[in-house]
Design a protein around this ligand. Sequence first.
Ligand code: AMP
Length: 316
Amino acid sequence: KEVDAIGHRVLHGGMKITNSVIIDDEVIKVIEECADLGPLHNPANLMGINACMKLMPGVPNVAVFDTAFHQTMPPKAYMYGIPKEYYEKYAIRKYGFHGTSHKFVSKRTAEFLGKDYNDLKIIVCHLGNGASVSAVKNGKCVDSSMGLTPLEGLIMGTRSGDIDPAIMEFIAHKEGKNIDEIMTVLNKKSGVYGLSNNLSSDFRDLEAGYNNGDAHCIRTMNTYCYRVAKYIGSYVAAMNGVDVICFTAGIGENAPLVRSLVCEHLGFLGVSIDEEANHKRGEEIAISTPDSKTTVMVIPTNEELAIARETVSLVK
Ligand code: AMP
């Protein structure tokens, strides 16, 4: 009886849901329909919702979708160069994920700087075990690195991110693997884990190895950071400029080495990093020098708070 409302993080809302919503039969149907787009997450999200409905009848449940914030992307950003019939038949397009975090962090960035959210070009680098970059122009997401599924984009803990799709066929033939086995390799055995020769998916281990001169860790770290920098560069083009680059999530908030290595590629944006600020932990902080042409920040994400706020705003 102490609980007034419940907020759920739900992975995939497809094209039908562009905002947080109070869960009713219609919303449950959409989550079910999107289960083939998010097979690992949507059924589990529904189990949580059903359990809460059973245990706390009458208490409103709110669904906050990982895809919702990215629904403002224009077609030129979300369409793939494949036959259009797949978009029409199966809604195959880019969706983007971590939307709750990208929205929270980009908004906090504007608040922290005392600037108008609707008048800023922000690139958010959400670097956690799963990782994605988004371009937020005038308060709206215009591009995001994850795709139909969270596999696209950056190199992640165990996910490959972008690869030549023909690699799948090549490995399948060479190793006698079927498509499910290939998908397991790309989702669970790749990323910095695979790239580091199965050393670790944890950046604490990779950073320690990098500092000890371990060749696997140095290669992995450099490849990871180069990919992040390339996405930043492409989103500068997407927005025709950038005011603020923001790092967040487990790695983005806690790994000064990663931030430094990424920013080494960003001289063309006039980025200059204050290494003393870069080594502070656990606070919202500008890590660029005052004369840096582009501001670089660390903003700790808080998806739980964002979900709670969305929930309150809908049930009040
Ligand atoms: P998240 O998915 O946002 O919870 O991020 C988890 C990841 O953050 C872990 O897999 C680590 O790679 C990374 N991480 C957490 N703490 C640190 C740290 N102190 N230094 C470097 N990486 C960290």
